[in-house]
Design a protein around this ligand. Structure first.
Ligand code: RP5
Length: 160
């Protein structure tokens, strides 16, 4: 297990699924579970401790509303923490974005975009962090970028 994906509620599942799928496609072992900074603070603390002991190197946390999950995890580990703000209230995610990104100095949360775009980038960023010490994964990421560039070229050609 290299990556832990936490989400605050079952209701975040569809938003977070692209993150898990991308990690799987990149061949990165991950664990994906539900835990809440507010509803299950002890579970969150225990999971961070146990998963870190099992070798998790990056934590990804998705939450909506007063989204304190990523911050609560960042308070308990020096491993990189990536936060996905989820639009889950009438404030359209601005609440979660600010709660996730505005961490006090010393406890960074690498905050990605809202919702599924952010979920995908959370996986890419976790992969890039792991690729620092994994040349095979780095090669897969370079290949993925070549594929994305080729797609733009072929889409542009098809547009003529
Ligand atoms: C957050 O509150 C969760 O991450 C979710 O995005 C939001 C709403 O949770 P539910 O009331 O749907 O469980 O804690």
């Amino acid at each position: 297990m290299k990556v832990a994906i936490f989400m605050g509620s079952k209701s975040d599942e569809a938003t977070v699924r692209p993150c898990a799928e991308l990690l799987a496609n990149l061949g990165i072992p991950y664990v994906w579970t539900i835990t809440s900074a507010h509803r299950t603070p002890e579970r969150t603390e225990r999971l961070v401790r146990e998963l870190e002991a099992q070798g998790v190197a990056v934590f990804i946390c998705a939450a909506g509303m007063a989204a304190h999950l990523a911050g609560a995890v960042a308070a308990r580990t020096i491993k990189p923490v990536i936060g996905i703000p989820v639009a889950a209230s009438p404030l359209s995610g601005m609440d979660a974005l600010l709660a996730t990104v505005q961490m006090p100095p010393g406890f960074p949360v690498a905050t990605v975009a809202l919702d599924t775009a952010g979920a995908r980038n959370a996986a890419w960023l976790a992969a890039q962090i792991l690729a620092l010490t994994d040349p095979d994964l780095a090669a897969r990421l370079h290949e993925a970028r070549r594929t994305m560039a080729a797609q733009v070229e072929s889409d542009a050609a098809a547009l003529q």
